[in-house]
Design a protein around this ligand. Structure first.
Ligand SMILES: [Zn+2]
Length: 163
C-alpha cells in the first residue's frame, strides 16, 4: 500500500484507540514504520542510513511486517515511556503498525508470523494493486469526511486533552 493510504488508515486506528490529536498523529506516523526496510519508500527515503543497510540484510515485507515487530516496537515504547503520560501511546503505535501490516496484506503478501517464512496476504499484479489502493484510500477519505461532518470526531478532537 502507498504511504498516504497507510497514514490515513493509521490515523483512523490511532483515533479509535485514543481520540485525541496525538492519537491521530501517532497512528499516522507509526503506520509508516514498517517500510523502514525499503529505501524507496516514503520513510525509507528519509532514513537512508537505516533503510539501506536494513534492505541489504532483510527482504522487504518480512521482519518489519510481522506481529513480532509490532509488539516489540510497542513494548520498547512502553519501557522507555513507562513513567510518563506518553506511555498510553504504546497502544497507538501497536495499532498503527498493525494497520500497516493489514493494509499490505490487502494488496500483497507479508511474513506476518516472522521468523516463520510463510507469506500471507492477497497477491496481485501492480496495476490491480494501484486500483485497490486507490479504492481503499478513497473509501477511507470518505469515512473520515463523513465522520468529521456527521459524527462526533471533530468535537471529540477539540474537547479531549492532547493525550
Ligand atoms: Zn509495507
Amino acid at each position: 500500500m502507498y504511504a498516504k493510504t497507510h497514514m490515513i488508515a493509521g490515523g483512523i486506528v490511532g483515533y479509535l484507540i485514543s481520540p485525541t490529536w496525538v492519537g491521530v498523529l501517532g497512528g499516522a506516523v507509526s503506520s509508516l514504520l514498517s517500510d523502514i526496510d525499503e529505501p524507496k519508500s516514503f520513510i525509507g527515503r528519509k532514513t537512508l542510513l537505516l533503510s539501506v543497510p536494513l534492505n541489504w540484510s532483510i527482504e522487504h515485507r518480512t521482519v518489519t511486517h510481522s506481529l513480532l515487530f509490532a509488539f516489540v516496537s510497542a513494548f520498547i515504547f512502553f519501557a522507555v515511556t513507562v513513567l510518563t503520560p506518553l506511555y498510553m501511546l504504546g497502544y497507538v503505535i501497536l495499532g498503527g503498525i498493525i494497520s500497516h501490516i493489514v493494509g499490505d496484506m490487502l494488496t500483497g503478501r507479508v511474513m506476518l508470523f516472522w521468523p516463520m517464512k510463510k507469506k500471507i496476504g492477497i497477491k496481485m499484479p501492480f496495476w490491480i494493486y494501484r486500483i485497490v489502493d486507490m479504492l481503499i484510500r478513497l473509501g477511507l477519505i470518505y469515512l473520515v469526511i463523513h465522520q468529521l461532518v456527521f459524527g462526533n470526531v471533530f468535537k471529540n478532537l477539540l474537547s479531549n486533552s492532547i493525550l
